[in-house]
Design a protein around this ligand. Structure first.
Ligand SMILES: O=C(O)c1cccc(C(=O)CC[C@H]2O[C@@H](n3cnc4c(=O)[nH]cnc43)[C@H](O)[C@@H]2O)c1
Length: 249
């Protein structure tokens, strides 16, 4: 249930946490792990859902650009409200690289990497860093990644972000050749991480695998199973987030 209230502060954790999903159904799957009536908090450009004992939840939009814009809006609003977030979690369903991350499994990013941010050249792909710009990778706090993996059973590895869902075996193989530690692919993690980095806030990415990365086969997607895995994971994550001390990581 959602209440149109503006009141209520995060009371579970010692740290204020923002969970950014792409779409409302993912947000609601996370919310199921935090029972009670959710307050709905509107700020410029965004609407947050706030369970009584849980993190702030944001359906930030599909793709890295909208996810970054929405996450930045939430971070800015919280800072201006005098209650900044100490952690941002990018969460949702994702593609898993077979056989390393099977459908239904969880992946926590120890590295969040933009897979398609760069230039195609005759000699292959060059990331923007080799063109002299920006960054293509963000590293979540290692201690927190380990604690999340231990609590949820998630595999830890690289999670790639792209603006285009991979749809062929050739592209999947190319991505794994470029990123041998890649376990999963999503469309938002790097955008969320860029916004968090701009605010000096650590980031985490958790993906529940709904489909294999590779040839497009919508009939094989197991979105319901992945959403259930996401709910289950956040149920186990709550005590991890509560006890996490950013200064120790
Ligand atoms: O029908 C399609 O081919 C198609 C094309 C673009 C997007 C979709 C979606 O269902 C939304 C993707 C949404 O879910 C995440 N996601 C899930 N699986 C993958 C994947 O294999 N590769 C990348 N992203 C994936 C993503 O983060 C989006 O939020 C369907």
């Amino acid at each position: 249930m959602v209440l149109p209230a503006e009141e209520g502060r995060l009371t579970t954790s010692s740290v204020r946490v923002l969970v950014a999903t792409a779409v409302p159904v993912e947000r609601d799957a996370v919310a199921e792990a935090f029972p009670g009536a959710r307050a709905q908090v509107t700020r410029p450009g965004i609407t947050l859902h706030r369970p009584p004992h849980g993190p702030d939840l944001l359906a930030a939009g599909v793709g890295p650009a909208l996810a970054a814009a929405s996450t930045a809006a939430a971070l800015t609003a919280a800072a201006l409200d005098g209650a900044p977030y100490a952690l941002v979690v990018s969460a949702g369903i994702g593609g898993g690289f077979a056989p390393h991350a099977p459908v239904g499994s969880l992946v926590v990013a120890d590295e969040i990497t933009a897979a398609d941010l760069g230039a195609e050249t005759a000699d292959g792909f060059l990331p923007v860093t080799e063109l002299g710009f920006g960054t293509v990778t963000h590293l979540p706090p290692a201690g927190l990644v380990g604690a999340v993996a231990a609590a949820t059973g998630a595999r830890a590895g690289t999670v790639l972000t792209g603006s285009t869902v991979t749809g062929t075996a050739e592209r999947a193989a190319l991505l794994r050749a470029r990123h041998p530690r890649a376990l999963a692919e999503g469309m938002e993690g790097f955008g969320v991480a860029e916004a968090a980095a701009a605010h000096g806030v650590p980031v985490l990415e958790l993906r529940a695998v709904s489909n294999p990365v590779g040839p497009r086969d919508r009939a094989a997607w197991r979105v319901g199973d992945a959403l259930a895995a996401l709910t289950d994971a956040f149920g186990k994550l709550a005590p991890v987030l509560t006890s996490w001390n950013p200064h120790d990581d």
